[in-house]
Design a protein around this ligand. Structure first.
Ligand SMILES: [Mn+2]
Length: 286
């Protein structure tokens, strides 16, 4: 099996700052060697543009286009696309690059990333990734991403979200996206709830993109970034949930990101990330 490790070192138009440092931490800690030990042939590619005058929205969409092209190249080579990036909105590029398959997304994240410019209180583009993916905003720019088509809500499971803006929550509750909160996933019947959501998803899709914002972890155990709210999943619980997804549906691609190594000096979250990647990659052979 082949894996293409696709990296973007941007966080909000800033190169190699904050969460933009995460992908290189995974690489310097031996990601390629670990993948090779699992029998993978690995190619790494970075997609970052170097704009003369960085602006957040423009840079964000340039990165999404670059990720889409890199994912298309991986798919054409028969390789598994593993995207490591500073920003969650790269998933719009990843799913676009997978081509016209019936793809679903299981989106693990402390946040819903479901704001639009009309609901956002901060204007933070990376809080809008799921809204862009499902066709709710930035449609002219989204249309410049190779392969982009809005994903229908019933192809999305949002898992672990616990920090939502008021309008964002209202819109989420009024749509068909399946939501499993961190409390739901941590409950005794968490696996059954996930199983039910995956059964519904499996009626609509043939494979999934696994989106893992590492801030879905419990910050007290596994710190990931400065935006991580209280609550969340212990590393083992998250790993069990990801394994459950990978057992139920083929994994077409995966994203791990929004990881700022500076908040994780003990490297607990890094280790959890490696365990998640290994779980995903092992499922590819099954
Ligand atoms: Mn996110």
């Amino acid at each position: 099996m082949k894996t293409h490790v696709i990296t973007s070192l941007y966080d909000t138009a800033h190169h190699r700052k904050r969460m933009g440092k995460g992908p290189e931490r995974f690489l310097s800690a031996g990601l390629v060697q670990r993948l090779e030990a699992l029998g993978q042939t690995v190619i790494t590619a970075t997609v970052d543009p170097v704009p003369a005058f960085p602006a957040e929205v423009e840079t964000g969409f340039t990165v999404m286009r670059g990720v889409a092209e890199a994912v298309q190249a991986a798919v054409a080579a028969g390789a598994f696309p593993l995207v490591l990036a500073g920003n969650c909105n790269t998933t719009v590029g990843t799913v676009s690059g997978l081509g016209p398959r019936r793809i679903g997304v299981v989106w693990f994240d402390a946040h819903a990333d479901f704001n639009t410019p009309e609901t956002s209180g901060t204007g933070f583009l990376d809080g809008m990734g799921l809204a862009i993916l499902t066709g709710r905003c930035w449609q002219a720019l989204a249309g410049t991403i190779p392969g982009y088509a809005p994903l229908s809500d019933d192809r999305v499971v949002l898992a672990g979200a616990r920090d939502l803006d008021v309008l964002e929550r209202e819109r989420l509750e009024g749509c068909a996206i399946a939501c499993l909160s961190d409390a739901a996933l941590n409950a005794e019947d968490g696996p059954e709830r996930m199983s039910t959501a995956l059964d519904v998803l499996a009626q609509e899709v043939e494979a999934v993109h696994l989106h893992i914002d590492l801030d879905v972890h419990d910050a007290r155990i596994a710190p990931a970034n400065h935006f991580q709210p209280p609550g969340g999943l212990a590393p083992q619980r998250l790993q069990d949930m990801v394994a459950q997804v990978a057992e139920r549906l083929p994994v077409a691609s995966a994203y791990l990101g929004a990881y700022d190594p500076e908040v994780d000096p003990e490297r607990v979250t890094l280790k959890s990330g490696f365990a998640l990647i290994e779980t995903i990659v092992k499922s590819l052979d099954a």
